[in-house]
Design a protein around this ligand. Structure first.
Ligand SMILES: Cc1ncc(COP(=O)(O)O)c(C=O)c1O
Length: 414
């Protein structure tokens, strides 16, 4: 290998083009949609022939907070008070009182000793795993269906990464027994899984962690604002003492930025060792203002999560009764599992043709064979929006049986 001449620039470009063509042939090439409107109950999609107004089923703004006037006003106030950007990383000069205020609010809300705000939820996972699994004798044990940010954090960390079968307590127990000699073990799960919308058996997982002396990290990104008392997530609902809870302001809080809640010492360790926290500019003040206001919104309207679950439940039941492969659940995420790439793309295109935006979810976001549409129900949607969706899916279902050449809705789940 060392004796071959290096590839020319032209050869490298050709290889990259070939890689993209292969992705396209596999139905896995991704494109960036451009939206000319807020990402609300409807959106305006830029398309080659012009613009199209579509019903939007792809936003994780579950409570519809991002476009509530009071949340936008709070963002504007924070922007006017602190400026458009934070200016630097928190440990340099970027630590503004709005960052600390959000941390205090989150810690209080989740009854945690402390919290740390990061620029994204992705960064929160990276910085936690790098900080806590910092030596070769450390082990990270994650559920197979954990988010890419947990996987990437585990890859970046010095410790060894192991996986257990999704929601399988016996397999987790096995991995914990296998690693009894490790210096430090971290078990990573999500209270609500991002692509399936199902929930982790947190009580059993927490008991196993205690029994084996492992730390428990629960990513509550899709649970905050959706389940638990007043939307406080899965741990709060079940009385589970996770060592660290990860969250994001980018979903139910209608803003941007990640957070970590837990014991002071663990948070301090992340402040000192979490490179993606240390070496990245603090979140913009407007995002902090918006997130704080959304927490106020949840406090003043604690019925919102329950309403969201009820409305999502109605859509889930309707789709299941139409015969689609939709797993049971109670979150705002409704996966319609169709199997391989092509039927997922076809179903997405069919919905688009009828005015509904629901992109196909394909590997590597989901395992091969688990392609799906992932519908997010939000409180921004009106009853008539949901009704339209259900009608279009009923019509798609009958055409689907007739036309789909591929395995169709009976494909394997994730
Ligand atoms: C489970 C989970 N964790 C973390 C993240 C990352 O959050 P953010 O979008 O704030 O980077 C996401 C977002 O997609 C997620 O689904």
């Amino acid at each position: 290998m060392g004796h071959e001449p290096p590839p020319s620039y032209a050869q490298m470009r050709l290889a990259i083009t070939a890689e993209l063509s292969e992705l396209e042939a596999q139905g896995r090439l991704r494109k960036r949609p451009v939206i000319d409107s807020p990402n609300g109950r409807v959106l305006v999609l830029r398309q080659p022939g012009g613009r199209r107004k579509l019903h939007n089923w792809a936003s994780n703004d579950y409570l519809g907070a991002a476009n509530r006037l009071r949340v936008k006003n709070a963002a504007a106030r924070a922007l006017r008070s602190f400026g458009a950007g934070a200016g630097a990383a928190r440990l340099l000069s970027g630590g503004l009182s709005c960052h600390r205020r959000l941390e205090e609010r989150i810690a209080h809300w989740l009854a945690a000793p402390d919290a740390l705000v990061t620029t994204s939820g992705f960064q929160a996972n990276l910085s936690v795993l790098v900080s806590l699994a910092s030596g070769p004798e450390d082990v990270i044990i994650l559920d197979r269906l954990c988010h890419a940010s947990t996987y990437d954090g585990a890859h970046l960390a010095a410790g060894t990464m192991l996986r257990f079968q999704h929601n399988d307590l016996a397999d987790l127990d096995k991995q914990l027994r296998r690693t009894s000699g490790a210096h430090r073990r971290l078990v990573c799960v999500e209270s609500v899984y991002s692509m399936d919308g199902d929930e982790a058996p947190l009580v059993g997982i927490s008991a196993l962690c205690r029994e084996h002396g492992a730390l428990l990290l629960v990513d509550e990104a899709h649970a905050i604002g959706v389940i638990g008392p007043g939307g406080r997530g899965g741990c709060a609902e079940l009385g589970v003492q996770a060592d660290l809870r990860i969250g994001t302001c980018s979903k139910s809080l209608g803003s941007q930025g990640g957070f970590i809640a837990g014991d002071r010492e663990l948070i301090e360790l992340v402040v000192n060792r979490g490179r993606s926290f240390i070496f990245s500019t603090a979140p913009v003040p407007a995002a902090m203002g918006a997130a704080i206001e959304s927490l106020d919104l949840l406090r003043e309207e604690p019925e919102l999560p329950e309403r969201l679950r009820r409305e999502a439940g109605e859509v889930r039941s309707a789709l299941r009764s139409q015969g689609w492969q939709v797993p049971e659940g109670r979150s705002a995420i409704i996966p319609i599992i169709v199997g391989s790439e092509q039927p997922a793309l076809e179903l997405s295109a069919l919905l688009l043709a009828h005015g509904h935006f629901a992109p196909a979810i394909r590997p590597p976001t989901v395992p091969p064979g688990g392609c799906r549409l992932r519908l997010s129900i939000t409180l921004a949607h009106r009853p008539s929006d949901r009704l339209r969706l259900i009608k279009v899916m009923a019509a798609a279902r009958s055409r689907w049986r007739d036309e789909a050449a591929a395995p169709g809705p009976a494909g394997p789940g994730a």
